[in-house]
Design a protein around this ligand. Structure first.
Ligand SMILES: CC[C@H](C(=O)O)C(=O)SCCNC(=O)CCNC(=O)[C@H](O)C(C)(C)COP(=O)(O)OP(=O)(O)OC[C@H]1O[C@@H](n2cnc3c(N)ncnc32)[C@H](O)[C@@H]1OP(=O)(O)O
Ligand code: CO
Length: 136
């Protein structure tokens, strides 16, 4: 079952400048950065009550965020729904015809199990599902 809007991710060409903006201009609480090697993405999280803003930036200039920034520039990149049983939700949504970008959920930021649905399945919006690990 989907239980929350876990985060909204924004693709940013300059991670340090964007962190400064959300920290100093908007005054959001900053949790820290985490590089997700498998996703070739550097992330920065700003937790707010019940959800977070996630900044995403290419690791070493490559990967999906690099391609996104090249084609579209910075902008809202994906929404992530939190699940309390990601395998059941993936099976349920696959049965309904949603196209997933991987066969199985894999570890993402914070060690959460994560999987993406192709934007073509959701009116052009990239959707991530995650199931937080213990302690998050
Ligand atoms: C998991 C760690 C962390 C976390 O929260 O835990 C993250 O969130 S990391 C986030 C980075 N990882 C990903 O984004 C993985 C999933 N994304 C992908 O695999 C690709 O970006 C993909 C498949 C969505 C698109 O890659 P592709 O190489 O096919 O790029 P194209 O530019 O050819 O795009 C094809 C088609 O999709 C449209 N598109 C691409 N990105 C987005 C987007 N973020 N939102 C909406 N639409 C998107 C793109 O415009 C193309 O459309 P078309 O009509 O064919 O031009
Ligand atoms: Co994300």
């Amino acid at each position: 079952m989907i239980t929350a809007l876990d985060h909204i991710a924004i693709a940013v060409p300059d991670l340090d400048a964007a962190i400064k903006r959300f920290l100093e201009d908007f005054g959001l609480p900053f949790e820290g950065t985490e590089d997700v090697e498998d996703a070739k993405t550097a992330t920065a999280f700003f937790p707010l009550p019940e959800t977070s803003i996630e900044l995403v930036h290419p690791l070493r200039g490559e990967g999906p965020i690099a391609r996104y920034l090249e084609k579209r520039g910075g902008g809202i990149h994906h929404l992530c729904f939190r699940s309390d049983d990601i395998h059941a939700d993936v099976a349920r949504l696959r049965d309904k015809g949603y196209q997933f970008l991987a066969d199985e959920p894999a570890p993402g930021a914070h060690g959460a199990l994560t999987i993406f649905i192709h934007p073509k399945s959701c009116d052009g919006v990239l959707i991530e599902l995650n199931q937080p690990g213990e302690g998050h």
